[in-house]
Structures are given as structure tokens and as C-alpha cells.
Design a protein around this ligand. Structure first.
Ligand SMILES: [Zn+2]
Length: 373
């Protein structure tokens, strides 16, 4: 088997249209599974939904003192958007030192680099603690694939997880949690000419939104993930001009740090709001934080320094969420670092690209991680 090039693999993966919704990740996942299986990895597909499998690939069986390292990424991408692209977003063209297309930075280049790195290190991996690759579907709609995977499969002990989301190969130590809620105010409908006979749900919702602007977060910010935030992102209510609306819904997007359980936050918000405002969970993604002094963070950052020759920047976190939130385990016992070749500023954008040099650098960092004791 000739060595697989991570840039070539990126272009190949970009040509699989995995725009989510609907996802249609099967062909892309099968392609990666076949490559890994041909290279001697044990592969297992775990369906999230029909035609939407997560892939778990393993090599080596771990050893008593060190469990395997885990690499993770998702194959689905966000839609292409309304704006026209200046190149074909699904052709996987290479031009001007970049690979072009939807899902290059976020995050098929990261997957390609981890797959080729693991294959290049396979002799070493089959002898030592080994490696687990977790390649998921349905991440862009709220880590649904990874959440389903950990409900059905125990990944076993892991040394740590590298999530190859875009970071320009800088090590990120985590990200905030995302807790999205829908709030519903109900009222009583009446003819628009007789509003005194109804109860206006829109006005109730507006009162609650005003009140929420004064909501004091129950926990303080910290140096790691900063302050918690709350945003009202969407509102809808009423049927027509001449009726009193009996229903109004709005959404809350709360970004959380390490100091609060989402269930506690929900109870606090519900107690703060009026009792007739019903709060329902839409997305519940825990925060991730790996303290810089932990053994895994020290290993990743020291390998990164050796490969890049750069001094270590102050610890930072990603602005987006990742599958690491679920793969770290309910008790958050598995350390997670985010490190991938994509540019976070290009993720989800029109004319998304990824630098070829970053892809090769990511492969080198991943290989160095697997060869470092
Ligand atoms: Zn992503």
C-alpha cells in the first residue's frame, strides 16, 4: 500500500456531498472505513439514523499502563449558503496552496490528516497502546451522532481525545457548553377588536424577555472559559393581525462554563421566569475544559512546541462546540484537546478553504503524538 497523502484524501472526502441537513454521510463514512480496514484497522459502524453511521476504528489493544489515544472528527458539513461560490464547493480542487471546498477547514482536512497519520504509524500502534478513531455524523446539528454513539457504545478508557476541529493547529483546551431552550408563553385568543376578552401571549413573552435581560448568571466567569452568556435568538407568535395571540415562543441560547450543571441552570431559569412560561430543552451540550497542568495537555502542548518550534501561547478555548463534549464521558473524565488544520475563521463560510501546509503540519503533529511516550 502506497502512503496515503492527507491533501489527496481531503479532496476525496470533499467530493462526498455531506451537507447536513440531510447529511447523507454513508458514502463518505464507508470510504474512510474501507481505507482504514485495508490498512489493518478494526472498523465498526454504529448507525445514528438510517444511512448515517458513526465509524469507530481501532488498532492495537492498549496496555495496562496507557490506554489508547483517540482522534475524532465529523464528516457532515453545513449547507453551502445563499451566496454564490467563486469555485465549485464540492469539487475538492487544489489551487494556490489551498484545498478548496465546503468542509475543508470544518473539518475534512482534519479527518484526512488523522487518518493518514494513524496509517503511517500503524506498525508502532499495533505494538503499543494503540489508537481509536471516532468519526461521526450529524455534528453540525448539535453533536447528535456523537451523543447517540456514547449512548450505545462504551469507548473504554482513553488516554485523551484530539478533536481535529479547525484551530490552525493551535492547541485549544476546551469550549463552552451550549444549552438551548425554547420558551413558550400561552394566552387566550379573542377578536382583535376586543382585546380585553383575551390574554395576549406575545405581551407575556415580551415581559419575560425584558425580565431575562436582568438575569444574573448563577456562577462567575473564569479565566478558562470566561463568562456565561444568554441570547434571545428567535421569536414567533400570533396568527393574524386581528386576533389576540394565544401562543408565543422564543429561544434562549445560553453558553456555559465549567461551574454549573445544565439541569441546575434550567431550574434556576424556570424559577426566575414566570411559572406559566414553559421552558423546553432544544440542545444540551456540556462544556469541555482540560486543565493545562494535566498530563495529557502537557503532552499535546510539548509535542506541538517541538513540531512547530513556537512558544506556547496562553491557554485558549474554541468559540464553537465539539463532539468532545459527549466523547469526554458524562463525568468528563477523559481529557479533550482541540487541534486541527482548518481555519476557524473560514468554517461555515462561502469559499471555505484549507492551507495545504497546515494539513501536512497537522499530520506531523498527530504522528509525533503517537510516537511520544
Ligand atoms: Zn466542525
Amino acid at each position: 500500500m502506497t502512503a496515503l497523502d492527507p491533501v489527496q484524501l481531503t479532496t476525496r472526502l470533499v467530493r462526498h456531498n455531506t451537507v447536513n441537513p440531510p447529511g447523507n454521510e454513508q458514502a463518505c463514512i464507508d470510504d474512510i472505513a474501507n481505507i482504514l480496514s485495508d490498512a489493518g484497522f478494526d472498523t465498526e459502524l454504529v448507525q445514528f439514523a438510517p444511512g448515517r453511521p458513526n465509524l469507530v476504528a481501532r488498532l492495537g489493544s492498549g496496555c495496562a499502563s496507557t490506554p489508547p489515544l483517540c482522534f475524532s472528527g465529523h464528516v457532515d458539513t453545513v449547507p453551502l449558503g445563499e451566496k454564490p461560490w467563486s469555485f465549485d464547493p464540492l469539487a475538492g480542487e487544489v489551487r494556490g496552496g489551498k484545498v478548496l471546498g465546503r468542509g475543508t477547514s470544518d473539518m475534512k482536512a482534519g479527518i484526512a490528516a488523522m487518518v493518514t497519520a494513524c496509517i503511517a504509524e500503524r506498525d508502532r500502534l499495533s505494538q503499543g497502546p494503540g489508537v481509536v478513531l471516532v468519526i461521526t455524523t450529524a455534528e453540525e446539528t448539535g453533536c447528535e451522532g456523537a451523543a447517540a454513539l456514547v449512548r450505545t457504545m462504551d469507548l473504554g478508557p482513553l488516554e485523551g481525545i484530539i478533536v481535529a476541529e479547525p484551530s490552525l493547529n493551535a492547541p485549544y483546551y476546551g469550549h463552552k457548553g451550549a444549552f438551548w431552550l425554547e420558551a413558550e408563553a400561552t394566552g387566550v385568543t379573542a377578536h382583535g377588536s376586543m382585546p380585553h376578552l383575551g390574554v395576549n401571549a406575545i405581551l407575556k413573552a415580551v415581559d419575560q424577555i425584558r425580565r431575562l435581560q436582568g438575569f444574573a448568571m448563577p456562577v462567575k466567569g473564569d479565566a478558562a472559559l470566561g463568562h456565561m452568556t444568554l441570547n434571545i435568538g428567535r421569536i414567533e407568535g400570533g396568527l393574524n393581525v386581528n386576533s389576540v395571540p394565544d401562543r408565543c415562543r422564543f429561544t434562549l441560547d445560553v453558553r456555559t462554563n465549567e461551574h454549573i450543571e445544565h439541569q441546575v441552570l434550567l431550574a434556576t431559569l424556570q424559577a426566575f421566569c414566570s411559572t406559566d412560561l414553559a421552558l423546553t430543552k432544544l440542545i444540551d451540550i456540556p462544556s469541555v475544559w482540560t486543565a493545562p497542568e494535566t498530563a495529557f495537555a502537557r503532552k499535546v502542548t510539548s509535542v506541538w512546541q517541538q513540531v512547530t518550534g513556537q512558544g506556547l501561547p496562553p491557554p485558549t478555548a474554541a468559540s464553537y462546540f465539539t463532539d468532545g463534549a459527549f466523547l469526554q464521558g458524562k463525568d468528563k473524565s477523559t481529557p479533550v484537546m482541540i487541534l486541527g488544520p482548518g481555519d476557524p475563521a473560514l468554517a461555515h463560510k462561502t469559499d471555505e478553504t484549507c492551507d495545504l501546509a497546515r494539513i501536512y503540519e497537522a499530520e506531523t503533529v498527530y504522528r509525533a503524538l503517537m510516537s511520544s511516550a
